[in-house]
Design a protein around this ligand. Structure first.
Ligand SMILES: [Zn+2]
Ligand SMILES: [Zn+2]
Length: 282
């Protein structure tokens, strides 16, 4: 079984324990759980692809700063993408997410294959979905969330197949070595306290500098700082130049097995803290 799927199953177990302990889960965690369940189901229908690059070709791309997986390289099963898109829309609608707006418009989009393909390509290549979203009367943020969830099972499968080809020391860039996405979480490793980033799109982990903003790239020490909690387990890295933040966990401070994708969710208080202080997610 691909290990990412295994991780998702462990996340569901942890959420189950959390629910037992507390009696119920906060609404945003329930929503997250429904989305993870969907990922697990879809993951069982996505085979682990063979890498489309040799080690040599991959290292060449890494040296040039080119992510390994272009949109054309992603082997997408469009029927499954369509099902996923619809299922994510249903989940958001079911949780009455206020931004969900007209989920019917999203359902129409899911049935329009050429448009769905365009949305997937644009999103992957970092082209703004603002116009498409406006034409469909949904928010751009919502459209991003839905297409990202619909494509995730494919991206994580490719990421898993390709990551062994990435020589981490050669990369150290601000975007994902597999899909080119931005980071939305970080961690300090157990061994040396080196800082790694986690891709918001495919969950790839990559080695990064301790002192550099993962968004604007400044290395000016005066602009970069972090806050930490009493146990020093979590950090909130902030940048004065672009006013962005990224959350991190210090794996040297815990013996427990940490599931990084879940840490994004359980650290919601840090997001609140950061936004109150005037920072925005990177
Ligand atoms: Zn990625
Ligand atoms: Zn910055």
């Amino acid at each position: 079984m691909p290990s990412q799927r295994h991780k998702d199953i462990e996340i569901l177990d942890r959420l189950g324990e959390w629910e037992q302990r507390e009696g119920s889960l906060p609404q945003f965690v329930e929503l997250y759980r429904d989305l993870v369940r969907l990922q697990v189901e879809a993951g069982s229908r996505v085979a682990l692809p063979e890498p489309h690059l040799t080690q040599e070709a991959a290292t060449g791309r890494v040296r040039e700063g080119l992510p390994l997986l272009g949109f054309e390289d992603v082997r997408l099963d469009w029927g499954l993408v369509q099902d996923q898109f619809q299922a994510v829309t249903d989940i958001l609608g079911g949780h009455l997410v206020p931004e969900a707006g007209d989920t019917q418009a999203l359902a129409d989009l899911a049935r329009n294959m050429p448009l769905l393909q365009q949305v997937a390509r644009d999103w992957y290549q970092g082209v703004s979905l603002a116009n498409t979203a406006a034409e469909r009367c949904v928010t751009e943020e919502l459209l991003n969330v839905v297409i990202q969830s619909a494509l995730r099972p494919f991206l994580v499968a490719h990421a898993e197949a390709l990551l062994p080809l990435v020589k981490q020391e050669l990369w150290r860039r601000r975007y994902c070595p597999i899909c080119g996405g931005k980071a939305d979480f970080a961690f300090l490793d157990k061994e040396r306290g080196a800082r790694w980033l986690l891709c918001s799109r495919c969950d790839t982990e990559w080695l990064f500098q301790r002192i550099e903003c993962p968004y604007c790239g400044t290395q000016n020490q005066k602009s970069l700082s972090f806050l930490t909690d009493e146990q020093e387990l979590y950090r909130l890295y902030t940048c004065e130049e672009c006013r962005a933040y990224i959350k991190a966990i210090d794996l040297r401070k815990t013996q427990a097995e940490v599931l990084l994708p879940l840490e994004r969710i359980v650290t919601a208080d840090l997001d609140r803290q950061a936004e109150e202080a005037g920072y925005r997610p990177g």
